[in-house]
Design a protein around this ligand. Structure first.
Ligand code: IPM
Ligand code: MG
Length: 363
């Protein structure tokens, strides 16, 4: 039996997690997986109820689980909390990543052929699709460096990376590249930053262990440009925390919508945290406009990386492809009026239905 902590959080979090759970239940019954789900409070919802965005009970549950299925945290209401360390992002999500040692964030950016028209780039630039894996370092850099402070008219953030931190994320990226097209692009700002110079030297050293992977280096500004100029030229991108945050949103938009981008945050074992790459979207909360596909695809990553249930993971991914091919679209990926507009809940029903129908099919 696998134990999954369910942390829905704020804004559209509960809506998208409900659809993700619907799909996980469907796939679990089809593949005879025993999944035990336990819900807990996180983010603003936890702050409102307990005074802290990551209550000790939630952390204990997470530590006793095999994986975390995470929605989203934050919202305008919580931006006003005076202590920044009690705000949902810095008080819950970042500590969860850090305390659980989740240093590797995988964000697969795939352009589904049926969504080609939702991609904002000229059709000839993306014909035939693209498949980019962003490997983002998740527990170092500016997000966590000390000191971090704001005093009057002066504020400080500190960027720190150690050779060890860079080495371990580089191994994750090379291993991923080995299973794909064997091309790894390491992104830094080595013309300006010391951390980037160490990054470049360390990734180059690690590359000696992977003679079959072609490693190239590029500055982050040039990569931002190339993502919109020639997205098909990328295979795996490895980069530090903040650059990865920015580049993965850019790559996500190329797939039609940030609402399509799942993520897996992993450490050295099989434990992982799975969440859509987007935020809590307070502007559309409760409207039915949220796209649950990033969350549903994150559930597939959970099955793949934490539970080793590859077939079940693929089943979810092919159900998503099938539903998109059927022309069903949430608001964010509606490219024209010929598509069938669906709500968040209907999208979840369609994906779960596609999984179960396949189940009933003979053979
Ligand atoms: C992400 C998000 C988070 C991040 C925020 C919510 C702190 O943007 O997961 O990409 O910056 O890591
Ligand atoms: Mg982000």
């Amino acid at each position: 039996m696998s134990k999954i902590a369910v942390l829905a959080g704020d804004g559209i979090g509960p809506e998208i997690i409900a659809e993700g759970l619907k799909v996980l239940h469907a796939v679990a019954s089809k593949h005879s997986l025993t999944l035990e789900f336990t819900e807990a409070l996180v983010g603003g919802a936890a702050y409102d109820a307990t005074g802290h965005p990551l209550p000790p009970e939630t952390l204990t549950l997470v530590q006793q689980s095999d994986a975390v299925f995470f929605g989203a945290v934050g919202g305008p209401k919580y931006d006003a909390i005076p202590d920044p360390n009690l705000r949902p992002e810095r008080g819950a999500l970042l500590p969860l990543r850090q305390k659980m040692g989740l240093y590797a964030n995988l964000r697969p950016c795939v352009l589904y052929s049926s969504l080609a028209a939702a991609c904002p780039l000229r059709p000839d630039l993306v014909e035939g699709g693209f498949d980019i894996l962003v490997v983002r370092e998740l527990t170092g850099g500016l997000y966590f460096g000390q000191p971090k402070l704001w005093e009057g008219d002066r504020a400080v953030d500190t960027c720190v990376y150690t050779r060890e931190e860079i080495t371990r994320i580089a191994h994750v990226a090379f291993k991923a590249a080995q299973k794909r097209d064997r091309r790894l692009l390491s992104v830094d700002k080595a013309n300006v930053l010391e951390t980037s110079r160490l990054w470049r030297e360390t990734v180059t050293q690690v590359s000696q262990d992977y003679p079959h992977v072609a490693l190239t280096h590029q500055l982050v500004d040039a990569t931002a440009m190339d993502l919109v100029r020639r997205p098909q030229s990328f295979d795996v991108i490895v980069t530090e925390n903040l650059f990865g945050d920015i580049l993965s949103d850019e790559a996500a938009q190329l797939t039609g919508s940030l609402g399509m981008l799942p993520s897996a945050s992993l450490g050295s074992g099989t434990f992982g945290l799975y969440e859509p790459s987007h935020g809590s979207a307070p502007d559309i909360t409760g409207t039915g406009k949220a796209n649950p596909l990033a969350t549903i695809l994150s559930a597939a990553l959970l099955l793949r990386y934490s539970l080793g249930a590859e077939e079940a993971a693929r089943d979810i991914e092919s159900a998503v492809t099938h539903v998109l091919q059927g022309g069903f679209r949430t608001s964010d990926i509606m490219e024209d009026q010929n598509c069938n507009h669906v709500t968040c809940r209907q999208m979840g029903d369609l994906v779960a239905g596609a999984i179960m129908r396949d189940n009933d099919a003979p053979g």
